[in-house]
Design a protein around this ligand. Structure first.
Ligand code: MRU
Length: 344
């Protein structure tokens, strides 16, 4: 299941706002529209946003490659700025745009058309590397999952959140493919319902047993011994192991700790912000409160009531049992084990 891919000169995106009831794929060639698709969450999930932004830079270059070099480089600064301004929390966006910008800077003496061709190669590489990283994470993570385990996950860290296969759900898929007869509890993940609309959709489609619960049921499921471990994705991991992920992840981590259940985070090293020392510095995106007051256009809260809609929270490293990356599994103390990943 590929939520974002390049085909026949266009960037294709499966519209995740319409899932699970409609499967509609849109085509994009304008970087501004690609940026808007990230803001509107047509595409979402940290790695998928990174892949999309990579292609966004390429389509910007394609638009301006006819300009003289100086003017081209100036326009490319704007393209990168517009893409960077889409969503603040997931570091993969900045990581991908930085990588594309590196290609421009390292080849500034080349013609705009030559740079554009190199940008296409780089965007393709970001996309294919993401799939490989998910596969590698899956293989490492599956080792932590026992036969017949029931795994709780929050939000969607699946194929739909990456170029394919998924991070947390990549671990689930790899364990399932290894014949481990696992099953999954998916938190519905208010307010955007990534768990109900996307995680339940993709696992159900793959025939992996999934039970959908509302967010406030997770503790009770743990109390009854129904959950063996938690596996979630991440949007940004600080150098000390603090993990930003979808709002509600922090609560799940506390519940897991209270019940003695392992809490695993699956994320590629592109999600680690090696320059950020602690989760306290992570910018948390605030989204439109209409996501809370309305469900599918239906108003569910009184007019004029005060609301807050932080899209992410930060789970302190003390609540994280291990972080599964494409380079292996790292354990506390994370301030020692995470920096080692940079040189691996
Ligand atoms: O707001 P979203 O849907 O982009 O948030 C997504 C998440 O929080 C995911 O858990 C995270 O990006 C990891 S995806 C592999």
């Amino acid at each position: 299941m590929k939520p974002v891919y390049y085909e026949n000169g266009a960037l294709k995106m499966l519209d995740q706002t319409l899932l699970p009831t409609e499967e509609v794929t849109h085509s994009y060639t304008d970087y501004r529209e690609i940026a808007a698709a990230i803001v509107d969450m047509i595409v979402r999930g940290a790695p998928a946003i990174g892949v999309t932004a990579g292609y966004g830079v390429y389509f910007g270059a394609l638009e301006f490659e006819g300009l003289p070099r100086g003017a081209f480089l100036k326009e490319m600064e704007t393209v990168c700025q517009v893409l960077r301004a889409t969503r603040p929390t997931a570091v993969n966006l900045f990581w991908a745009v930085d990588r594309m910008e590196g290609v421009i800077e390292n080849n500034a003496e080349k013609t705009p058309a030559e740079i554009t061709a190199l940008l296409k190669t780089e965007a393709d590489a970001i996309c294919s590397e993401d799939i490989q990283m998910c596969r590698d994470m899956g293989a490492y993570g599956a080792e932590l999952i026992h036969r017949k385990d029931t795994i709780l996950t929050h939000c969607n860290a699946g194929a739909l959140a990456t170029a394919d296969y998924g991070t947390a759900l990549g671990v689930v898929r790899a364990a399932w493919e290894a014949g481990k007869e696992i099953s999954v509890y998916a938190d519905e993940t208010r307010p955007f319902l990534q768990g109900a609309r996307l995680t339940a959709y993709e696992l159900h489609k793959d025939g992996i047993p999934v039970t959908l619960i509302t967010d406030n049921m997770a503790g009770w499921m743990m109390k009854q011994g129904k959950i063996d471990c938690v596996v979630v994705g991440a949007d940004r991991i600080a150098r000390n192991g603090d993990v930003a992920n979808k709002i509600g992840t922090y609560s799940v981590s506390i519940l897991a700790k209270a019940h003695g259940i392992p809490f695993y985070v699956a994320a590629p090293t592109s999600t680690i912000d090696f320059n950020m020392w602690s989760g306290d510095d992570i910018v948390i995106e605030e989204r439109d409160t209409r996501e809370i007051s309305h469900i599918k256009g239906q108003q569910i809260a009184p007019d004029g009531v005060r609301m807050e809609n932080p899209a992410f929270d930060v789970t302190p490293h003390q609540n994280v049992t291990a972080i599964i990356t494409e380079k292996g599994v790292v354990y506390p103390p994370f301030d020692l084990s995470i920096p080692r990943l940079q040189d691996k």
